[in-house]
Design a protein around this ligand. Structure first.
Ligand SMILES: Cc1ncc(C[n+]2csc(CCOP(=O)(O)OP(=O)(O)O)c2C)c(N)n1
Ligand SMILES: [Mg+2]
Length: 821
């Protein structure tokens, strides 16, 4: 099993010596017996849940149901130790995806899950395939499923908890320790290491990771030396590394005469050899294989250490790993808990499928026991039960232990601090110059919010090393940078002087350049209300093209129901000379298509302010509110272009329209009343391309074409309101045909007009607009990988400048001619 790492090498780092001064827990024989009864019942129930779903429940569509008996079996002892001994109220736990049946079985024994749910694994509205905080019937703290993501989520939740405690004092949160039980192959995912190495979490003491080190993934037994390398990586990143390698039985054999040879032999053998050995049924053969070493003294010592173990007990001895040994697991968890100046990781050595006939089989990941095997298992695991779904017999010692766990886990510390959007000003009215960008406007809007105590209080910004280049300096100067302890103050000379002074009172979290970490952190801060009781409103900034680098974490965060705000900036090709690698094209679709997320792409500072205030309101509505993605730009835009529509509509109405997805900035009936409606064109323009669309419309008017310019602040909202009304029609045949906000944007008299869409993003994103009215659409946008250049160069190259908009309008009229004839 690879070379053993001595404690000395793993634990004491320069500054992280684990000084364990507390008493290790003494578990008496009675308690251990009761725990073992629970362990057996959990193994039975989780195996039975999967068996029932696959082999008993009628299959209606002949599809594979699936479930992972071996993965669950691997962590039964760890889950027993956690829920029936270690955990207490306020602890938040992430459970590896494939152990969902084991988790639900534990919740059943703790009275948090109705018995009726046990036969519903992977059934519609039943127990979900992987733990889900939004869909499972019992309480799940962290959803898992995409390996690696659920594993790191508790780290950022722990950071949110610590942030809240440092701002509002000890006892201000209802959360305790943050624990992740993860599969060892999850450590293959890069996002795990991005988190492990993240400076912002260094010193976070309330995090415990437990790695289920069964040395098997989906396809294979993982090569042996890996575990050592992994431990060294954690230690190098400042984590405290602990292990539960051997169980108490094996440890006492290793302490007996000849025992050091036995330890050496097991330590040095490959994972593959170890897995093969523990699958041997014949004890005599196992003895001869384990002692098959060339050196006679070495061989003699191994045999001596095993002398008192009869053949029929030898396999249990050799397979007695720490992760299946309750006293060992409880001991190591208490040690991990004592580490309060660094995250702790426990390597719990296990056998995949432990306790089942498939234990250690290299191909057991998706294996299922047969009915015959289940029948044979029941007498050994079922403790005489007749009902396969039976819980613990009332009054039994195991039942008593479960009741104690229920008492320990019952939350009594209530914290409920939801931000009241009534604290928001009706408007921000930050002072913006006549020409400014939406990115600068965000910076100024946040700096205004920093002056309002009740709002600043709940806001926390975060950025992966791009805070200054996304214009957060003004905000940071007012609210400070967050750190667990006060750091030195220095100034950064830049566009404007930036004070960089980390303190526990700061409101900006600076992350390393990891967009994964940004979206994981945003996601968990966006659940702080649910996980800690303290409502935090996270606002992130990230270069728009790099939203894609954190995309999986963004999707995860939305999947788990987080409510956050972020700005992707600068977006598109408008950052011009900064080049192709920094240009984003497909992000509008990401913003439009992800559930739970609203995409806004404003053109003007005033729009940005309204949208930001709305976004804060949205995240304060924990039931129905959505997250908001602001796709922004560094392009300077003439703000006076918005004056006329502001006057025409009045502030309230224009604001309503901006939030609903768009407004008519150029209205042919106002700006070209004499031109015939029969030849009208509707130009839908995404945010910052408004000036080009306005110029094109003016030229079209001169050429006798009645063009409208609809500034599309949110193609997402336009599509969503259309979808809502279509869905209502589909589901309730008596509804009326309604185009959502498009109903008022395009009056019936203009619905035959062809459409041009233009956006500093992929042309496809807004092209759906043609189908709404059944008219031709000529979509303009960024459909190629870019290069450096002036804005004019790049707009001309990609075909989104005023010339191309005029051409596209003429083409659309031609295409639409037969329709109008
Ligand atoms: C991101 C992602 N990639 C691939 C998978 C498919 N997958 C499911 S489990 C698994 C192996 C997991 O091994 P490990 O974490 O060691 O868990 P074990 O089953 O051994 O408990 C893989 C590759 C997944 N769920 N998520
Ligand atoms: Mg594994």
């Amino acid at each position: 099993m690879g070379t053993d790492f001595s404690r000395e090498r793993i634990v004491p780092l320069a500054d992280a010596d684990v000084n364990i001064t507390h008493e290790l827990p003494a578990i008496d024989a009675e308690e251990l017996d009761a725990l073992k009864t629970i362990e057996r019942r959990l193994l039975w129930l989780s195996t039975q849940m999967i068996h029932h779903a696959n082999n008993v429940r009628p299959s209606t569509d002949k599809a594979k149901v699936g479930g992972h008996q071996a993965s669950s079996a691997s962590v039964i002892s760890i889950i027993t130790a956690l829920y029936f001994n270690f955990l207490r109220a306020g602890d938040r736990v992430s459970i590896k995806p494939h152990a969902s049946p084991a988790y639900h079985a534990a919740q059943y024994l703790l009275g948090n899950l109705d018995k009726d749910y046990l036969p519903t694994l992977r059934q519609y509205k039943g127990l979900q395939a992987y733990p889900s905080r939004t869909k499972d019937p019992d309480p799940v703290d962290f959803s898992t499923g995409s390996v690696g993501l659920g594993a790191v989520a508790p780290v950022y939740a722990a950071l949110a908890s610590k942030y809240a405690e440092l701002h509002w004092g000890e006892g201000s949160v209802n959360s305790g320790r943050f624990v992740a039980l993860m599969g060892d192959a999850e450590l293959d995912e890069g996002n795990v290491w991005e988190t492990v190495a993240e400076e912002a979490i260094r010193g976070l003491g309330n995090v415990i990771w437990i790695v289920d080190l069964n040395r098997q993934s989906l396809d294979r037994v993982i090569p042996g030396v890996r575990a050592d390398r992994l431990k060294a990586l954690f230690a190098g990143a400042g984590w405290t590394v602990l292990e539960a390698k051997y169980g108490t039985l094996l440890e006492s054999a290793m302490a007996a005469p000849g025992g050091s040879a036995l330890r050496r032999r097991i330590d040095e053998m490959s994972n593959e050899e170890y897995q093969a050995l523990i699958r041997l049924k014949d004890g005599a053969e196992l003895r001869s294989r384990i002692s098959a070493v060339a050196d006679a003294t070495y061989r003699g010592d191994i045999l001596r250490s095993l002398k008192s173990t009869p053949d029929d007990e030898l396999r249990d001895l050799i397979a007695n790993l720490g992760g299946h040994d309750l006293p060992k697991m409880i001991e190591v968890l208490v040690q991990a808990d004592a580490v309060d100046d660094a995250p702790a990781v426990v390597f719990a050595y296990t056998v995949k499928g432990f306790g089942l006939p498939m234990a250690g089989d290299p191909l057991n990941h998706s294996q299922l026991l047969t009915q015959t095997q289940m029948d044979a298992l029941l007498p050994t695991l079922g403790d005489g039960i007749e009902d396969v779904w039976a819980g613990l017999p009332e009054g039994s010692p195991a039942w008593g232990l479960a009741q104690q766990a229920v008492d320990r886990l019952t939350e009594t510390h209530k914290v409920d601090t939801l931000f009241d959007p009534g604290n928001l000003p009706a408007k921000l009215d930050a002072r913006h110059p006549d020409t400014t960008s939406t990115q600068e406007a965000l910076g100024r809007a946040l700096a205004r919010l920093a002056d309002i105590d009740a709002v600043r209080d709940r806001l926390v910004t975060m950025s992966p090393d791009v805070a200054t280049s996304t214009h957060l300096s003004g905000w940071i100067n007012k609210v400070g940078v967050f750190a667990f302890e006060e750091g030195p103050e220095y100034e950064i000379a830049g566009q404007r002087m930036l004070k960089w002074h980390p303190t526990p009172e700061g409101h900006h979290i600076e992350l390393g350049i990891s967009e994964m970490n940004l979206f994981m952190c945003l996601g968990q801060f966006g659940l702080s209300y649910e996980l800690t009781g303290q409502h935090l409103i996270p606002i992130g900034t990230v270069y728009d093209p790099f939203v894609c680098r954190g995309l999986d974490a963004l999707i995860y965060s939305l999947y788990v129901g987080s409510k956050m705000i972020f700005a992707g900036t600068p977006a598109g090709v408008s950052l011009s000379p900064e080049g192709g690698a920094h240009q984003s094209a497909i992000t509008p679709s990401i913003g439009m298509e992800l559930p739970g997320l609203l995409l806004y792409e404003p053109a003007f500072a005033t729009e940005l302010e309204w949208i930001l205030l709305e976004a804060i309101k949205q995240v304060s509505d924990r039931e129905h509110g959505l997250s908001t993605y602001l796709r922004l730009s560094t392009k300077p835009v003439d703000q006076t272009l918005m004056r006329e529509p502001l006057e025409r509509f009045g502030e309230d109405d224009l604001r309503r329209q901006v939030l609903a997805g768009g407004y008519r900035l150029i209205d042919r009936t106002v700006h070209a009343p004499d031109l015939p409606a029969s030849d009208a064109v509707n130009i839908f323009v995404g945010g910052i391309m408004a000036p080009e669309a306005i110029e094109a419309a003016q030229r079209l008017h001169e050429e006798g074409v009645a063009a409208n310019v609809i500034v599309t602040t949110s193609a997402d909202k336009l599509f969503a309101s259309l979808q809502d009304s279509r869905r209502a029609l589909l589901r309730n045949a008596s509804g009326t045909l309604d185009l959502g906000h498009l109903e008022t944007l395009i009056p019936p008299s203009e619905r035959r007009a062809p459409i041009v869409t233009v956006q500093d993003g992929a042309s496809h994103a807004m092209s759906f607009l043609g189908s709404v009215f059944g008219v031709p659409v000529v979509p303009l946008g960024v459909d190629e990988f870019g290069q450096s250049g002036t804005r004019a160069d790049l707009y001309a190259q990609t075909g989104i400048d005023a010339d191309e908009i005029v051409n596209a309008a003429m083409l659309s009229l031609e295409l639409g001619a037969p329709l109008r004839a």
